[in-house]
Design a protein around this ligand. Structure first.
Ligand code: NI
Length: 172
């Protein structure tokens, strides 16, 4: 396993549309292991493959609390089957938009079909933090970031600040 560099906004690579995984094999499992290690190291609760520069439809997540045992989750080629009309608001952050947190409204529940770590098809009904997190991560597969759900003013402000921070970091 290896920790890979996480790409941060406004890097154009984050805007790519990720491609489906054709076969869940050992290469894909090795990639997911790296993604999980990278996510734990950051630390974060979710990571899409494109965030380490791999445009494949793969997400890893772990929503366990600090004092709980790890609960790694792997979603390959996830598809939303249905969403609730009821909406929920969570304060979201993203490893590709470091240090910024904003409230985002999304459907409170959604059904998702995906392939698991072994390539077996799974169907789940999600709600709460899991529903929000999986929708946030699935946005990444379409090249969408959580800041795209904010007003243009807020989004532009965050992007400007990120660019400034990156310039300062590069100059050091
Ligand atoms: Ni994210």
């Amino acid at each position: 396993m290896a920790i890979r560099p996480i790409i941060t906004a406004p890097d154009a690579r984050l805007r790519q549309i990720s491609k489906p995984v054709e076969t869940v094999n050992d290469d894909i499992r090795a990639l997911m292991d790296d993604m999980l290690e990278t996510m734990y190291d950051a630390p974060g609760i979710g990571l899409a493959a494109i965030q380490i520069g791999v445009p494949l439809r793969i997400i890893v997540m772990d929503l366990a609390g600090k004092d709980e045992d790890p609960e790694p989750r792997y979603y390959i080629n996830p598809v939303v089957l249905d969403t609730a009309e009821e909406m929920a608001v969570y304060e979201e952050g993203c490893l590709s938009v470091p240090e910024y947190f904003e409230e985002v409204e999304r459907p409170a529940k959604c059904g998702v079909r995906y392939l698991d770590y072994d390539g077996a098809e799974q169907l789940i009904e999600t709600e709460g933090l899991l529903a929000t997190c999986i929708q946030h991560e699935m946005d990444h597969l379409e090249g969408t970031l959580f800041i795209d759900h904010l007003s243009r003013l807020k989004r532009d402000l965050i992007i400007r600040k990120l660019k400034k921070e990156q310039r300062l970091a590069a100059a050091e």
